[in-house]
Design a protein around this ligand. Structure first.
Ligand code: FUB
Length: 339
């Protein structure tokens, strides 16, 4: 959305039409990764701030410095801010831009996975550890070996195996990688070439490293062909999430410059996944980023928009709304604002 179009938006009206209100308004939050741990909802969002960095295509204006974990007894209960869980100053390898995190639980320990830029400007993904879902989290001294790009999302399969999904193009730097190797000369493929896919790796038993070489995921169209880079309405951009519904694997993601949250389904955690449709239509603000979480037998979409900040793209607020599945397992597209 351009600045000009934002200037013409009546935000009071938009807020009245919004299907959900911000879960918290004392801080800006985004990229909500929601989980139920021990019967309670925990949300691991980005903590948006105005870092005073001018807007650019690399997303440098997303200058976040720390994470707060939010918690709720149920989706209608007040949202509690549990304070700073991890600050960039405490992460030896990271310098700036604490972007979208996620968390996982195993054997009494909570793991916070987060991307950040090193001093050389390259994103990597780190892990930090706590005895509590709300932190504080103690970071590992180095980033996960072989990690790159942004937006880690961790999925625990029914057999207890954890997988990490990650990647994001442009500001997220995924276009600079082929076969897990960085080259400054790499760019996004041409419009008629296969789009770059998100990346997946099984997580090691101690939850601190990749247990295998990361693999690129293929997202296919209805004819079994990999989506093309020029298919901006459907191709992967960032914001990976995985959930399982009725035995199927649902990989969902943002299309970035076309602002949809879409999903594709498959038969195993590595894909391929076949494109199915849209979960969420565009929100106010450039980015869209979500998670999908089952709470008390209902499914919810956690997402964000910039309506509270009146359209400031890097000052977002997290929200939640229920998801409805059709009998055939397809998801009914959500309009974030009523007509
Ligand atoms: O919050 C910073 C970035 O914006 C995230 O990493 C992307 O997914 C987008 O939401």
């Amino acid at each position: 959305m351009s600045k000009e179009s934002i200037e013409h938006i009546d935000f009071e009206k938009i807020n009245q039409k919004a299907i959900s209100q911000p879960l918290v308004s004392h801080i800006y939050t985004a990229d909500p990764s929601a989980h139920v741990f021990d019967g309670k909802i925990y949300i691991y969002p980005s903590h948006d701030i105005d870092a005073g960095i001018p807007f650019n295509d690399n997303g440098d204006h997303f200058g976040m410095e720390d994470y707060h974990v939010l918690s709720m007894e149920n989706v209608n209960a007040p949202t509690i801010d549990n304070g700073v869980a991890l600050h960039v100053d405490d992460v030896a390898w990271a310098e700036r831009q604490m972007w979208a995190p996620d968390a996982a639980y195993k054997d009494g320990i909570y793991y916070l996975y987060f991307p950040a830029k090193r001093a050389n400007g390259i994103f990597q993904i780190g892990v930090a550890i706590s005895n509590s879902p709300t932190g504080p989290f103690i970071p590992e001294p180095e980033a996960i070996i072989g990690s790159y790009s942004i937006d880690p999302a961790v999925f625990e399969d029914e057999d207890g195996t954890h997988y990490i999904y990650f990647g994001g193009i442009w500001g997220g730097q995924l276009q600079k990688y082929r076969n897990n190797q960085y080259s400054d000369s790499n760019e996004e493929p041409l419009a008629n070439e296969p789009a770059l896919g998100p990346i997946v790796a099984r997580i090691s038993v101690n939850m601190k490293q990749f247990a295998q070489e990361p693999k690129e995921i293929k997202i296919l169209d209805e004819n079994g062909e990999v989506l093309l880079a020029g298919d901006n309405n459907r191709r992967f951009f960032e914001a990976s999430w995985m959930h399982k519904y009725n035995g199927k694997y649902y990989f969902s993601y943002s299309t970035g410059d076309t602002h949809f949250i879409c999903y594709a389904t498959g038969d195993n955690p590595y894909g391929p996944f076949t494109y199915q449709g849209r979960i969420l239509n565009p929100v106010i603000g450039w980015t869209s980023h979500h998670s999908i979480c089952k709470v008390d037998e209902k499914w919810y979409l956690f997402y964000h928009d910039s309506s509270l900040s009146k359209g400031v793209t890097h000052l977002r607020s997290i929200k939640v709304t229920e998801i409805t599945y059709n009998e055939d397992g397809s998801i009914i597209t959500i309009n974030p604002y009523r007509e």
